[in-house]
Design a protein around this ligand. Sequence first.
Ligand SMILES: NC(=O)c1ccc[n+]([C@@H]2O[C@H](COP(=O)([O-])OP(=O)(O)OC[C@H]3O[C@@H](n4cnc5c(N)ncnc54)[C@H](OP(=O)(O)O)[C@@H]3O)[C@@H](O)[C@H]2O)c1
Length: 242
Amino acid sequence: MNIENKTVLITGANRGIGRALVNEALRRGAKRAYAGTRGPLQIADERVTPLTLDVTSISQIQQAVGEIHSLDVLINNAGIAIYDDLSDIEVIEKHLAVNFLGPLRMTHAFLPLLKRSKGAIVNNLSMVGLAALPVIPSYSISKAAAFNMTQSLRALLVASGVTVHSVVLGPVDTDMNRGFDIPKASTESAARGIFDGLENGEEDIFPDPASQSIAEGWRNGVVKTLEQQFKAFASESAAAVA
Ligand SMILES: NC(=O)c1ccc[n+]([C@@H]2O[C@H](COP(=O)([O-])OP(=O)(O)OC[C@H]3O[C@@H](n4cnc5c(N)ncnc54)[C@H](OP(=O)(O)O)[C@@H]3O)[C@@H](O)[C@H]2O)c1
């Protein structure tokens, strides 16, 4: 996958990592960047098309589908993170609606276009989806669910030619983690790392120093081994039924 001359859709594109992804896509020569936002967006570059897109809104997703005629890369970036202690079910539901069901709905909606281009789905996930950070447990659950979903979609879409990538993000300097006094990567470097990983064909992308520190262990670890075994089991079962 080379971003040059490709068409990219990024959700949550008005600030933070999403905004940096739009800039990085343009820097790499993307033909068009669809920038999904809940509010108004001003980017002067004529290759950017703003889209009103709340990922929890089925009608806004359908409207966006109607406005896009071809798509190579869908980046599910929009997300929320609320501090909690798992005592309020509504907070868990809110995280699941945006961070898990949002990317799933977007995937279903744009799959026909992605199948046509043999494109890619990139899901911006988090290290806390691999092990819960108990100050944001609902957020951690939603990212774990989205990670698990990414593994299944990756296997389910093999025959279609659509690739599915997880981005295992560590701390990045955005509004989302203002409360954490820890080293953070810049949004620009995270965006570069995400597109580098995609262009290198990495299934799981580790785009910042904190996530890179676990990349090798992850790639050679028991969870990745199990994912590959389960994927093989699924394709053998499908072949046996056919
Ligand atoms: N920053 C980090 O350290 C970090 C670490 C791991 C993973 N991540 C993940 O990276 C992604 C981007 O995070 P960020 O740090 O850039 O966060 P951010 O600065 O807080 O920006 C979040 C973006 O998501 C949008 N958004 C929220 N709810 C939405 C909805 N229902 N529909 C559409 N857009 C919605 C926001 O739009 P509004 O402006 O309208 O609110 C904003 O554009 C998220 O998925 C996050 O979980 C971030």
